[in-house]
Design a protein around this ligand. Structure first.
Ligand code: CU
Ligand code: CU
Length: 367
């Protein structure tokens, strides 16, 4: 995509000079990138990937961004809960659209549009049959909506011209519908030009758990995305949870032999397909998460935009295992990471299961 941009004479450099500009030369920073700490057991870091990581050891300022992809992974937002007469659970959220500059690779700033200040927006999580109420407040300079995937009336579909329509700056609207069907879904803005509104960062994962739940697991959310940093309708940075190479620099720690469940969503704009591939391991794949029976045991899935699925696997051997887009260009522009497998038990008790108890702070994460 960079090649296309260069060929078209589009504005460069897009990554603050970090990218070589030669056609077909997609290499990034060339100085060795040292990884902090080093893993026990002699994992000496990923020197071979030094050449694929941005900016020689500099990292993104997560604090300034207001979110850290390592935390985003396991951050599920269950909303505030209360029982309705009749016993149903009501979950309520307030989501605020905010324009916010974020750093998507070291030194590369992007004028993002966000839900609640982060990209991806919060991972909203409910149980099949719950009643959901999402108050959307538009604090952005542009009109937006929240369009949920799921089953609901047209009035609640977050489409311009229908129901609440597009919500102007300063406006607000409350979406209300039931959590169905169970599975892994997403939400995003649906205001035109759609690609721009989505690509700017207005999206998030939306999980509806089956009534009986799923087996306990170490669960995480991976939203595959990208950033068109020079607004030429193609991406310069590719990532999971927004920050290119984040999980190379900070491998995801997982327990050996513990069930790992990944909620994988593709929201990438401007490229028709994205993919997920894991090294040296296989996973059971549940397309859209709408069945409790996996469709395939594999190590690679390909997803179009808006497509998503649940991956389950156990990693039996200690060590570092790469995962990345099996589109080499994306992998080399940020969409790469590692699982660091080590001793259990690190994630005693399933966070998801615990969160369903009606917690004193009303669900969601304790402050
Ligand atoms: Cu929008
Ligand atoms: Cu959609």
């Amino acid at each position: 995509m960079l090649g296309g941009a260069a060929a078209a004479g589009a504005a460069l450099p897009v990554l603050g000079g970090l990218l070589h500009q030669g056609n077909g030369d997609r290499a990034l920073a060339t100085e060795p990138h040292m990884h902090g700490g080093g893993a026990p057991g002699g994992h000496a870091g990923h020197e071979d990937f030094a050449h694929a990581s941005f900016a020689a050891g500099r990292s993104v300022d997560h604090r300034a961004n207001g979110f850290d992809p390592t935390e985003v992974l396991r951050d599920f937002d269950y909303g505030k809960t209360r029982r309705l007469a009749g016993g149903r659970l009501l979950r309520e959220w307030t989501i605020v659209a905010q324009d916010r500059e974020i750093e998507v690779a070291p030194g590369v700033k992007y004028e993002a549009w966000t839900y609640n200040g982060r990209v991806p927006g919060p991972t909203l999580r409910a149980r099949e049959g719950d009643k959901l109420r999402i108050r959307f407040v538009n604090g952005s300079q542009h009109p937006h909506t929240m369009h949920f995937h799921g089953i609901h009336t047209s009035q609640m579909d977050g489409m311009p011209g229908i129901g609440g329509g597009q919500i102007p700056p300063g406006g607000d609207f409350t979406y209300e519908f039931d959590a169905e069907p169970f599975g892994l879904h997403l939400y995003h803005c649906h205001v035109a030009p759609l690609a721009a509104h989505i690509a700017r960062g207005l999206y998030g994962a939306f999980i509806v758990d089956p009534k009986k739940g799923r087996p306990d697991a170490d669960e995480m959310v991976m939203v595959m995305n990208g950033f068109d940093t020079n607004f030429d309708l193609s991406n310069e940075v590719y990532a999971v949870n927004s920050i290119g190479f984040h999980y190379i620099n900070e491998p995801i720690r997982v327990s050996r032999d513990e069930l790992l469940r990944i909620y994988l969503v593709n929201v990438l704009e401007y490229d028709p397909l994205n993919s997920f591939h894991v090294h040296a391991n296989f996973f059971q794949y549940y397309p859209t998460g709408t069945s409790l029976q996996p469709s395939e045991l594999t190590d690679t899935v390909i997803l179009g935009q808006g497509q998503r699925g649940i991956l389950e696997m156990k990693l039996p051997f200690d060590g570092d295992y790469m995962f990345h887009a099996h589109v080499s260009e994306f992998a080399e522009l940020g969409w790469s990471g590692f699982f660091r497998v080590g001793d259990p038990p690190r994630f005693a008790g399933a966070a998801a299961a615990a969160a369903y108890c009606e917690l004193p702070w009303g669900g969601g994460r304790p402050a």
